[in-house]
Design a protein around this ligand. Structure first.
Ligand SMILES: Nc1ncnc2c1ncn2[C@@H]1O[C@H](COP(=O)(O)OP(=O)(O)OP(=O)(O)O)[C@@H](O)[C@H]1O
Ligand SMILES: [Mg+2]
Length: 254
């Protein structure tokens, strides 16, 4: 699974991540919480190769992957969604999910070029995977709509479907319920819970405490780029350091 060792990320004089170590256990739903600007998305951006860390390492299944490109990491099984939705607006819902499926198909496309008999029609396999991903998130009836015709909640689902279509070893979700109404939040929470119970390892960033406390196995709390606590939802909810980090957000910056 994914493991980080002492990850540090500096942007000029700002230390966005300060020696963050975590290890995701097989099948675990591990959440990262913390006040705005505490480094959560930066952690995802370093793990997925968008930024090369200033210090520390990232390992995937005990292989060092620090500094690999987002595409390489995606092909190795790391899939994510973004805090700000990134969909192809000119494409249909199905085509958007196909962009995920094709990530994994490129190897078989090469096999096809070199006449490997195993990969008859890689596109067919990709289409099947895309369809299964749409089924998982409940969007099959909207497959032919343009991505922009979807409600915001369905666009969030579509991003999850595209990530799933890459057939990931690890799913990373950056605020999947932000900006949604209570009903949509409950429904995406259920979806994430179902994926977790189906065995998918998940790293989750969320401000929605109901979601995080309800479905996480473990939680890590970031504060000014540092992991100030890690534990079960019950341990985190009762940790005085965590409570003061959140209260401090509106008060003095200590
Ligand atoms: N590319 C960048 N260049 C400069 N500073 C950055 C960059 N990316 C993030 N930061 C800074 O790093 C800090 C952590 O940002 P990050 O986006 O990781 O926070 P976050 O915990 O995800 O916050 P939020 O809950 O608001 O999404 C912030 O001070 C942010 O301004
Ligand atoms: Mg963020």
């Amino acid at each position: 699974m994914i493991r980080t060792e002492g990850l540090t990320m500096r942007f000029g004089g700002l230390t966005a991540l300060n020696g963050v170590s975590l290890e995701l256990r097989p099948g675990e739903l591990f959440s990262v919480i913390g006040p705005n600007g505490s480094g959560k998305s930066t952690l995802f951006n370093v793990i997925t190769g968008i930024y090369r860390p200033t210090g520390g390492e990232v390992y995937l299944d005990n292989t060092r992957v620090t500094g690999k490109s987002p595409m390489e990491l995606n092909r190795s099984g790391v899939a994510r969604t973004f805090q700000n939705i990134r969909l192809f607006s000119s494409m249909s819902v199905f085509e958007n999910v196909m962009t995920g499926s094709m990530v994994r198909s490129e190897v078989s496309l090469l096999g096809d070029l070199f006449g490997s008999r195993r990969s008859r029609d890689p596109h067919e396999a990709a289409r099947k995977r895309a369809w299964e991903a749409l089924e998982m998130v409940g969007l099959t009836d909207k497959a032919d709509l343009s991505a922009t015709e979807l409600s915001y909640g369905d666009q969030k689902r579509l991003e999850i479907a595209r990530a799933l279509a890459t057939d990931p070893k690890l799913l990373m979700l950056d605020e999947p319920v932000a900006g949604l109404n209570a009903e949509e939040r409950a429904s995406i929470t259920q979806l994430v819970d179902r994926l977790h119970k189906g065995g998918m390892p998940i790293l989750l960033i969320e401000h929605d405490m109901r979601m995080v406390m309800g479905i996480s196995d473990r939680i890590m709390v970031l504060h000014y780029g540092k992991a100030i606590a890690m534990g079960t939802p019950a341990e985190i909810a009762n940790d005085p350091k965590v409570i003061s980090a959140y209260l401090g957000e509106t008060g003095a910056t200590a």
